[in-house]
Structure formats: C-alpha cells, structure tokens
Design a protein around this ligand. Structure first.
Ligand code: ZN
Length: 203
C-alpha cells in the first residue's frame, strides 16, 4: 500500500496498530483504491483544545497529500482518549477525502453529488439536519462521510449505519456507483487477473 503511516512521538501507545486495524477492516475493493493513491497518514496528540469538535480530530491536506489523525487530546488540562469507534470514523473520513482529491477531486468524483444529497436531506429528520449541517450541505464532506459507510464504518454522520443507509439512500447508491467505476478503471490499469492477484506495482 502506498499509505505511509507515521506515529508522532506524542501519539498514544498502540495507535499505529489502531490505524492498521481500521485499514485492514476495509473491504478489499476499497483497499485497492487506497493502495493506488499516495497519502501520508500522521498520528498525533492534540494539545490545549478547549472547545474540541469531531472535525478537529482529523485533517486532510490536499497540497501535501497528508492526513493527520488525533488519538487523544487535552481539554482543561486533562487528557482524553478518542474512543475507537470515533477514531475509526475519522481515519475513514480522511481517507475518503484523499480518494476524492487523488482521483480527480471536485471535477470528477464529487461532481453534482449535491443533487442526490438534496433528495436525501428532505427525508432527514430536522434534528439531524441541525446537528450535521456542516457536512450535509458540502459535497466533499458528504463524499468523505459516505466513504466511511462504504468502507464499513459503524457510525456515519453520528448515525448508526442502518439509519444512515435509510436516510441517505440516493447518496449511497450514487457514490457506490462512482467508487466502483473508479475500481474498475484501476483494475484495468494495474492488470488484475481473474484470481484477484495484483501484478502491477504501486509506484
Ligand atoms: Zn472532512
């Protein structure tokens, strides 16, 4: 895989393994997308953050092609660990961004996605709309969250996956189609044989 994982010295013990566990749980077709896309993933700790939100716990920098994920953070002088479910969601979300940018970005992968999202938002109960409007009115963010779903994450947009699937049916169908178009293109390019053995090199 061409994901380079770096654990900063301040990162929590075992955090490298945590990231590997998240990646290993991703379905193999999705792993193909990740392994053909260069990205550096850095694991670190966040200091002195008073009003921390979930979106402070992960970041994707499309210029540097790197992801930063936070394993623990300090709030009012106390160290808080990010729970595993949240951490997995953050890693997958940022990987979703890296795929968006790595394979064409706004001009291709997330193009006109808002059309489908808008259809779904109509069915979304008002309380969820209010909680997640940062994500649902932004197609790159929705792409990243929907990637969490396709990669097997258990909580998406703060909803258990079966509720996410219920509310975001159109977005899920459309992003699934786009992901599989990408996968088919990659398989052709890297000369994957019938047994799924990958003969090409990643470089
Ligand atoms: Zn995001």
């Amino acid at each position: 895989m061409s994901i380079l994982i770096t654990k900063r010295r301040d990162a929590a013990k075992g955090s490298y393994q945590k990231v590997m566990n998240v990646i290993n749980d991703i379905p193999s077709s999705m792993q193909l997308l990740l392994s053909c896309n260069d990205v550096d993933l850095k694991i670190t700790k966040l200091f002195d953050h008073r009003n921390i939100k979930t979106n402070d716990l992960g970041m994707y920098d499309d210029n540097k092609k790197n992801i930063t994920v936070v394993t623990s953070f300090y709030k009012n002088g106390l160290c808080n660990k990010v729970d595993m479910q949240t951490f997995a969601g953050i890693v997958l979300h940022e990987l979703g961004h890296s795929i968006d940018y790595g394979y064409g970005g706004l001009y291709d992968v997330t193009k006109n996605l808002m059309e489908y999202i808008k259809k779904d938002i109509k069915k979304l109960p008002y309380r969820h709309r209010v909680n997640f409007n940062y994500y649902i009115y932004n197609e790159t963010e929705m792409w990243a969250e929907t990637f969490v779903y396709h990669a097997g994450g258990s909580m998406i947009l703060g909803l258990p996956r079966k509720y996410f699937a219920k509310y975001f049916h159109n977005t899920i169908m459309e992003t699934n189609k786009r992901l599989h178009t990408l996968i088919a293109k990659l398989k052709k390019e890297i000369n994957l044989n019938d047994d799924g053995y990958i003969e090409g090199s990643w470089s």
